[in-house]
Design a protein around this ligand. Structure first.
Ligand SMILES: Nc1ncnc2c1ncn2[C@@H]1O[C@H](COP(=O)(O)OP(=O)(O)OP(=O)(O)O)[C@@H](O)[C@H]1O
Length: 722
């Protein structure tokens, strides 16, 4: 390496360290690359900027960055503006600003041409730490994830099914979903259930209450009837909350033992048992009731890239069902498929229109990309023929009416909102936006908020002057949340606790409190500003403390607590929600946080032991993913920003089972609904191109010591890129 190179690069890195908005990981990587490759000073600085931009994009969920002028220079311009807005700059910031302006001023084609010549950047099939593919720049690890996921999906060949088995499946599908009558609408649940008969990978997507769980339970019966009771079935979801909701939803269907209800799960299971010669109780017992988190299923190890179950050591599972797949990021998706044993079937359930995962990627969205825009069908002739044969519907009808691909079926009819129609109507309109402006200039969303007022929806119309500290609107909103009989109130929960003197002496009582607590939640788009969860929680807490004269303690009876980080010692996990009350079983009636736990029933934790938590009366929409409440109040930030998207509004609306109250400035709400989340990834394109390569069961792992350069970089055994 030339002596000349390092000081120049180091000075850019040093300068970048003075800028809090630059990813530390990007800086560690460029330092590492500079020690490994003989760059020219100019190349190294250009590479540094591209890596900083890549990480900047990955921090907001992109998998890669497109090598186009706009995305690259927009990030750099953002940094320049941030620095120029500061009243004064440190020396480091001043140097970085000069570097940034210099980069910004250069011709983009020259920058990208230089980038492509840099030795650290390779193509798909070498092992360089960075990759350019489909005109996108990736870290090798993420490129590998994306390519392997695309190869898994594209490489799915149909199972060879003997004709006799197809006829049997046809018969069982008729038993499980009913025979088709001429001219009746297509039962898409039946079509979705036909997919796993011949495909080892299928995705059933649909909004809330479209029958994803109902369908998957019948699929499990169908696969039992075809393959017997031996195949091992496992259920999982990305978060503990989603896993317990999945188990709860399955439990509800299994508990419905009304055999007169011919369509109930138990009725069809009994009929199937008789038909196939199974013992009915054995058949029921063979349907799993418990779901675990994907992390615990795969045994993901903290700080390790590879979980215990992986390509070399697959899960002993024949049929894996994963719910809430919209929350699964690219790396977790790859880990799931890597841990599948040969011949296993993977069934995924999720709502493609929901917010995507917090981490990089929008895998469900990419898989369903062909279904998204205009419901175009992307199904091959052979799949269509098999689906038609198994379901009994004409292939043309399936093509005309459905949204299908070779491994995806979209369920569109919601069975949940038949009594209160507002939620379903609003969710549909939010999805249709921005195309929802009608000929008369009215916006469909505004019309729906009016039309369904008192039929599942309430819109608390506000203007800017209402949304200031101490306004009468804010004061009455908080009072209502505590004590009104409205749909947006914790009254039922607080009154019940008050009737117990805030003392809980049994698990039954605690469960009743949990039930009442989950009847309502405030979902905020943001943490900050007047309608952010932080401000609303502070106002609600202060109102409760005043009302019940609790003084000014941080933990007080009735407080709702949201756990924000896993704590294995306490057995509490990120996303867990509990309440505070006196422990009636404790001699001193100590104040405890009661938290429901999948494994241990109800945990009672002393507040002093909790390290990572927030108040949970109001939470962000992101935190609420995978949960459902009877009533929801959606509080949208009064300031429009890129995070206000239709996916965010849709996710918030669909958390409610009965009632949605919206507090938002009308123009901000409409702007949010017109903005779609756009995550950069090449997955949809790779799937469409049917990119297949050998999924070699080979792992490469580079361990690098990044210890000596600076105290700013933690000394660690660092697997950076691969
Ligand atoms: N074909 C059907 N006929 C009648 N009721 C149905 C049908 N399919 C589903 N339901 C009912 O609709 C409700 C929602 O079904 P299910 O829980 O399967 O939907 P889901 O899509 O899994 O919901 P979620 O959004 O909560 O995941 C349940 O009460 C279920 O019994």
């Amino acid at each position: 390496m030339s002596e000349f190179v390092k000081p120049i690069t180091t000075s850019l890195i040093d300068a970048a360290y003075g800028c809090e908005f630059i990813s530390r990981t990007a800086l560690a990587e460029i330092y590492y690359l500079n020690t490994q490759y003989d760059f020219s000073a100019q190349s190294c600085n250009i590479l540094a900027f591209f890596l900083m931009v890549l990480h900047h994009k990955m921090d907001t969920g992109d998998v890669c960055v497109k090598l186009e002028e706009k995305p690259i220079k927009d990030s750099v311009l953002q940094w320049i503006s941030l620095l120029e807005e500061k009243p004064s700059l440190t020396d480091e910031q001043q140097i970085f600003l000069e570097f940034a302006k210099d980069f910004f001023a250069k011709k983009f084609s020259d920058l990208s041409d230089t980038l492509k010549t840099i030795a650290a950047i390779g193509s798909a099939d070498d092992d360089k730490p960075l990759v350019i593919s489909l005109n996108r720049l990736y870290l090798r690890r993420y490129f590998n994830y994306e390519r392997k996921v695309a190869a898994f999906i594209s490489g799915q060949s149909k199972k060879e099914i003997p004709e006799s088995m197809l006829l049997k499946a046809q018969d069982i599908l008729n038993l499980l979903f009913g025979k088709n009558n001429d001219g009746t609408d297509v039962n898409w649940q039946k079509v979705a259930a036909a997919l796993p008969v011949f495909s080892r990978f299928c995705v059933i997507s649909g909004g809330p209450g479209t029958g994803k769980t109902t369908t998957v339970l019948r699929i499990l019966l169908l696969l039992r009837a075809l393959y017997g009771l031996q195949p091992k079935i496992m259920l999982a979801a990305p978060t503990g909350k989603a896993a317990s909701r999945m188990a709860q939803s399955i439990g509800l269907q299994l508990q419905n033992t009304d055999l007169d209800d011919k369509s109930s799960f138990t009725s069809v299971a009994r009929e199937l048992a008789q038909k196939c010669g199974f013992d009915f109780s054995e058949l029921l017992a063979s349907i799993p009731r418990n779901a675990s988190t994907v992390h615990s299923l795969l045994k993901v190890i903290v700080h390790k890239v590879t979980p215990r179950y992986n390509e070399q050591y697959p899960l002993d599972c024949d049929i894996l069902v994963v719910d809430e797949v919209s929350m699964v990021d690219l790396s977790l998706f790859y880990k799931i498929i890597a841990a599948l044993k040969d011949g296993a079937t993977l069934i995924m359930l999720g709502d493609k229109d929901q917010l995507c995962s917090v981490e990089s990627g929008a895998v469900l969205g990419d898989i369903c990309a062909k279904l998204s825009d205009s419901d175009t069908n992307a199904v091959s002739e052979s799949t269509l023929r098999l689906l038609s044969k198994l379901s009994g519907y004409r292939a043309e009808k399936l093509l005309e009416e459905g949204a299908l691909s070779d491994y995806t079926v979209l369920l569109k009819h919601s069975w949940r909102f038949k009594d209160v129609q507002g939620i379903g109507a609003l969710a549909t309109a939010v999805n249709a936006a921005p195309l929802a402006v009608k000929e008369n200039g009215h916006h469909q969303i505004t019309d729906i908020l009016k039309e369904y007022q008192d039929n599942g929806l309430a819109y608390l119309r506000v203007d800017q002057k209402n949304l200031v500290k101490g306004s009468s609107f804010m004061r009455s909103l908080i009072k209502d949340v505590i004590s009104s009989k409205s749909r947006y109130s914790y009254k039922i929960y607080l009154d019940y606790l008050c009737s117990l003197d805030f003392c809980v002496d049994s698990d039954t009582t605690a469960n009743e409190i949990f039930r009442r607590m989950d009847e309502f939640r405030i979902l905020c788009s943001n943490h900050n500003l007047i309608l952010g969860d932080r401000n609303l929680n502070a106002l609600i807490e202060s109102e409760i403390k005043n009302r019940f004269m609790f003084g000014n303690k941080e933990f007080f009876p009735g407080k709702i607590v949201l756990i924000t980080k896993n704590d294995a010692g306490l057995n509490v996990y990120n996303g867990d929600v509990g309440f505070v009350a006196y422990d009636g079983a404790d001699e001193k009636k100590a104040l405890k946080v009661f938290i429901p736990s999948e494994k241990y029933g109800i945990l009672k934790v002393s507040p002093i032991f909790l390290k990572h938590y927030e108040s949970g009366f109001a939470m962000t929409v992101h935190k609420s993913q995978g949960s459902e409440y009877k009533n929801v109040l959606i509080a949208l930030s009064p300031k429009d920003s890129p995070i206000l998207t239709k996916e965010l509004v849709y996710t918030a609306v669909t958390r409610a089972k009965e009632w949605v109250t919206v507090v938002a400035l009308e123009d901000v709400l409409l702007q949010a609904c017109a903005r779609k989340v756009q995550r950069q990834s090449g997955l949809a394109e790779r799937i469409e191109r049917k990119e297949i390569f050998s999924l070699a069961k080979k792992r490469v792992c580079i361990s690098t010591e990044i210890s000596s350069y600076s105290k700013k970089i933690p000394a660690t055994d660092y697997s950076i890129f691969i």
